[in-house]
Design a protein around this ligand. Structure first.
Ligand code: DQA
Length: 184
């Protein structure tokens, strides 16, 4: 346990974690996310994919984690990237974007890696679906093998998912010790 007598120090990433391993997490953005700065501002906010990657990377650094990023509009390239990088990564975040309802091969590449992944979305992709007639719901491909899913929080879906993934990696068997580390 760290000493909090000096008060809260936001540069001390270990204060919110129970572990100290510097994980490497792959962050994948699928089709159309390269164009996010031109998409609906009320959802994507007008920032570029580079801005988003920088934001997620900075947050990762603040909790002692390295993020490695891919954005691609081509499913085959995403699959190749997962195959080539999985051995050097501890887990993944993926915003499947245009592949959300169709990306079965990409889902399998992630599942076959045996590394945990979290599905993220800017918007709440099921909002309003409760009102849809039965049988009209589209099939969520990635959710079936994901560790979990975070959606509806725009760019904060990514940072929330990253923190959740790191907490789970720090506590792989969910030891039951309900500790957040030392928050001063
Ligand atoms: O391209 C996207 C982006 C998205 O994944 C999101 O981040 O909100 C939601 C998907 O339905 C859509 O196809």
């Amino acid at each position: 346990m760290s000493d909090c007598s000096a008060g809260y120090d936001p540069t001390r990433w270990s204060s919110i974690r129970t572990g100290e391993t510097r994980y490497r997490i792959g962050v994948i953005d699928g089709p159309n996310m390269s164009n996010m700065h031109r998409r609906d501002r009320s959802i994507y906010g007008g920032a570029s994919i580079g801005d988003l990657q920088g934001f997620v990377q900075s947050f990762g650094e603040s909790i002692g984690v390295e993020t490695v990023h891919l954005v691609s509009n081509h499913e085959g390239d995403i699959i190749e990237w997962i195959h080539e990088n999985a051995d050097d990564l501890d887990g993944f975040l993926i915003n499947p974007a245009g592949l959300t309802f169709t990306g079965e091969p990409t889902k399998w590449a992630l599942a076959d890696s045996n590394k945990p992944y979290i599905e993220v979305h800017f918007r709440n992709v099921v909002a309003g679906k409760a009102m849809a007639p039965l049988g009209e719901e589209r099939r969520f491909v990635f959710t079936t093998a994901a560790k979990g899913e975070v959606m509806g929080f725009a760019q904060y879906s990514y940072t929330s998912a990253l923190l959740a993934l790191v907490w789970v990696l720090d506590d792989p068997d969910l030891s039951g010790e309900l500790s957040l580390g030392q928050i001063c």
